[in-house]
Design a protein around this ligand. Structure first.
Ligand code: HEM
Length: 256
């Protein structure tokens, strides 16, 4: 990958100052904190080195692809199982974007999608992609009434917390409304942690949510989606470091 980065850096260095760079991740990283930076040139910040760019692209690829892809499959499956939720979601799409299905979706649009936000939250609660996170206590502490010595290794069970009847009513049911302000439902602190928490919380969470919401709008505003056969009544799931959807067949038909 380093070769590709070096080659592209040379190409960009040889470009005329008014020539446009691409909007892909590599070009954005190569021009960050340089006079070509589209978000403005800040001389006080050094440009990224080839090694730093390589590390960022590797990290985004490892941590950002399977996670987002599988979350998308599970969200589609949950939606298809709940036609009333799809109907309300489509109403929200029409309210915010109108009926022009070619209308581009902006980040500002996404912020208005409160029901879709609730769908995504509920979807990541019902099927918690990363069910556990390891931690190591740096100091002696008491957690849940249990005394832990410093340097104790332990696991945070996201999935167990997300399915605990102590914190969630009907925890196995898919009810996006529980995340809406209108229902006045209090979500207790630290009971909703699909992206972890604290200093190691997922740094890709906003990017993942923006991608997932955009994809769901694009899919459901233009297509009807249904599960194909018995295989897909339940998606096939296997656990590696995250839950992976290994098989799910859907039929996608244009609505118009
Ligand atoms: C729906 C999609 C995603 C889910 C459910 C998810 C979930 C998580 C979780 C649970 C953690 C561990 C947090 C902790 O230990 O407290 C994590 C860490 C991380 N995620 Fe994500 N993630 C997603 C998407 C992404 C994307 C798109 C990127 C990058 C573009 C990304 C980059 C990372 C990185 C680099 C870490 C390690 C952070 C650290 O240890 O300091 N993730 N993610």
């Amino acid at each position: 990958m380093l070769d590709v980065i070096i080659k592209r850096r040379k190409e960009i260095d040889n470009m005329q100052s008014d020539e446009m760079i691409g909007s892909n991740l590599l070009d954005i990283l190569l021009t960050l904190h340089t006079p070509r930076d589209p978000s403005g040139y800040d001389e006080s910040e050094p440009p990224l080195t080839d090694q730093e760019i390589c590390a960022i692209i590797t990290e985004v690829s490892i941590a950002g692809i399977d996670t987002t892809g599988n979350t998308f499959c599970f969200a589609v499956w949950l939606l298809v199982k709940h036609p009333k939720v799809i109907a309300r979601f489509r109403e929200e799409i029409s309210e915010i974007l109108g009926e022009d299905i070619s209308r581009q979706i902006t980040y500002e649009d996404l912020e208005k999608f409160t029901y879709l936000d609730a769908i995504m939250k509920e979807s990541t609660r019902v099927i918690t992609l990363t069910p556990i996170s390891p931690r190591n206590s740096t100091q002696e502490s008491i957690i849940g009434g249990k005394h832990l010595e410093a340097n104790t290794k332990f696991l945070i069970l996201h999935e167990l917390i997300h399915k605990s009847p102590e914190f969630w009513e009907n925890p196995d049911d898919f009810i996006p409304e529980r995340f809406l302000k209108e229902t006045n439902n209090e979500i207790a602190k630290n009971t909703f942690i699909p992206f972890g928490g604290g200093t190691r919380m997922c740094p890709g969470r906003y990017m993942a949510m923006a991608e997932l919401k955009t994809l769901l709008i694009l899919l459901f505003r233009k297509y009807d989606v249904e599960l194909v056969d018995n295989v897909s009544k339940e998606p096939k799931i296997q656990f590696t470091s995250v839950y992976e959807c290994t098989e799910m067949k859907v039929l996608v038909r244009p609505k118009y």
